[in-house]
Design a protein around this ligand. Structure first.
Ligand code: NAD
Length: 490
């Protein structure tokens, strides 16, 4: 796919398509070929204000927040079916726009989020009955009172470029399920995978103003997060921008949910089976060319297994095919833009200057003269205090650090400002679980278990990886207020 008509319809505001108030456009580039695939209107502050007004009106005047969960569920179910119908198109779009390999696009980028959305609408939503303060009242009894759940209000949803379908739906799904109305602003690199949700909403009969979709970058994001008529911000992105969003939202005391970066540890204990571990270590940094927040890019390995593990990983890295993800044989695609490639290369140079050793890669693939590619890169001789062990590359780079015993592994893993995910490998699952419980992180995958693919599993960060959770009933709860109704006793 080299070009698309998607996006030419403009911004989706109050149930209609509009070219927006400004003249500027966003150029959407295929990161593997550097070809332009679309020109999309860039939203101005006036467009963002119009989108917030539409969402505010749709919240205050309805009908969406006043509908029963069952009524909402019918329309959201239709959205799920429409997404499913357009699955192949979404996969092609994701490959072209986000640079995913085909397997990743079909599975984690597009398949999983549709399944998660379906689970939310069909299994989780019916458990969250809230009818407002009218009879019948559904809620939890507390003596002479009842606690009812109500939609939080107008939600601003801001997402990054790396998993656009998954992350847009991780916010749009629960926000709408809870009865909120929303304005979605995706990354300026991947606007098409957000705008397509406007067509999905239209096809499903979502009431106008319930979901509004704008484009843009810093100006649009600032306008949205500072807007006094927005009640809640759910942001996914870097911790640097997350800090700004937190401050911007504070001006009018908004609820701010932050899903930020990570530098997750994959801990390989001395009794682990290296035959099983190798694939997980590789996936921890070559998946989506390392552009995943939850990837396990710090490999902590017991000192007795270090040399053997490094030899195995280096042996396999030579067989990883890097190239255009439109080719089904490609195992690793490009970074999203040149600026991101330069950031990754600068951090690789920092690692060398810090005294770490490049065991594999470190440069650009010699056979590719187009696209924003970097070789898969493995660092050894790394101290956890080095910048390459503390900062997110967001590129295909892992660091390997040996440890002495379980206590040492826990200490190193927790010596990080992040706490998003992690892994533990051991022949003894209870020993692995004991280590996992000591990690200050939001999710730990034991012996390669399901992780974020379980739709009931909460996802989110400890420490500077964020505040709040996404997915399942935990994600839905973020979009709900709890109100206490009290009656006189006796
Ligand atoms: P980014 O922080 O640069 O941008 C994220 C979004 O914020 C974009 O839509 C951008 O336009 C917007 N933005 C920029 N400035 C803003 C401002 N001042 N106010 C409001 N919005 C603003 O992130 P990115 O480079 O697109 O994505 C990579 C980052 O996202 C990595 O750090 C990664 O770890 C993180 N991430 C986290 C999760 C998670 O669930 N925890 C998931 C995916 C990615």
């Amino acid at each position: 796919m080299t070009s698309t008509t998607l996006g030419t319809r403009g911004l989706f505001i109050d149930g209609a398509w509009t070219p927006g108030a400004g003249d500027e456009t966003l150029t959407v580039v295929n990161p593997a070929t550097e070809e332009t695939i679309a020109e999309v209107p860039q939203a101005t502050s006036a467009d963002v204000n119009a989108a917030v007004s539409a969402a505010r009106r749709a919240f205050d005047e309805g009908p969406w927040p006043a509908m029963t969960p069952a009524e909402r569920g019918r329309i959201l179910g239709a959205m799920v079916e429409e997404l499913d119908r357009r699955r192949a198109e979404l996969v092609d779009l994701n490959i072209a726009e986000a640079g995913s390999t085909r397997m990743l696009a079909e599975f984690l980028q597009v398949g999983t989020p549709i399944d998660h959305f379906r689970d939310l609408v069909h299994r989780v939503l019916p458990q969250f009955a809230f009818e407002g303060a009218v009879a019948p009242i559904y809620g939890q009894g507390i003596g002479q009172g009842v606690v009812v759940r109500e939609p939080y209000g107008v939600a601003a949803l801001i997402t990054p470029f790396n998993f656009p379908v998954l992350l847009n739906l991780a916010k749009v799904g629960p926000a709408l399920s809870a009865g909120c109305t929303a304005v979605l602003k995706s990354s300026p690199y991947t606007p098409l995978e957000a705008l397509i949700l406007g067509e999905v909403a239209e096809a499903a009969g979502l009431p106008p103003g319930t979901l509004n979709i704008v484009t843009g970058d810093v100006e649009a994001g600032e306008t949205l997060t500072r807007h006094p008529e927005v009640d809640l911000v759910s942001f996914t992105g870097s911790d640097a921008v997350g800090r700004k969003v937190y401050t911007q939202g504070a001006e009018s005391i908004k609820k701010v949910v932050l899903e930020l970066g990570g530098k997750s540890a994959n801990i390989i204990l001395d009794d682990a089976d290296l035959d099983k571990v190798t694939e997980s270590v590789l996936a921890g940094f070559i998946t989506h060319a390392g552009q995943g927040c939850a990837l396990q890019t710090r490999v902590l390995v017991h000192e007795s297994l270090h040399d053997e593990l490094v030899a195995r990983i280096v042996g396999v890295l030579g067989f990883i095919s890097v190239g255009d993800p439109a080719d089904p044989a490609t195992m690793m695609g490009p970074l999203i833009r040149e600026v991101q490639r330069q950031r990754v290369e600068a951090l690789i140079s920092t690692g060398v200057a810090e005294g770490a050793e490049v065991a594999f890669g470190g440069g650009r693939p010699a056979h590719l003269n187009k696209g924003f590619f970097v070789e898969p890169t493995l660092f050894v001789g790394v101290e956890n205090s080095m910048q390459i062990a503390q900062d997110e590359f967001f590129g295909p780079v892992a660091v390997v650090i040996p440890f002495r015993d379980d206590d040492d592994a826990v200490r190193i893993a927790n010596d990080s400002r992040y706490g998003l995910a992690g892994g533990v490998w051991s022949a003894d699952p209870l020993r692995a679980a004991a280590v996992a419980r000591r990690l200050r992180t939001g999710m730990v995958v034991i012996n390669g278990g399901g992780g974020g693919l379980n739709p009931a599993s909460p996802f989110g960060g400890y420490k500077q990886s964020g505040i709040g959770r996404e997915f399942g009933e935990y994600g839905l709860s973020e979009y709900l207020q709890h109100k206490a109704l009290q009656w006189p006793v006796g």
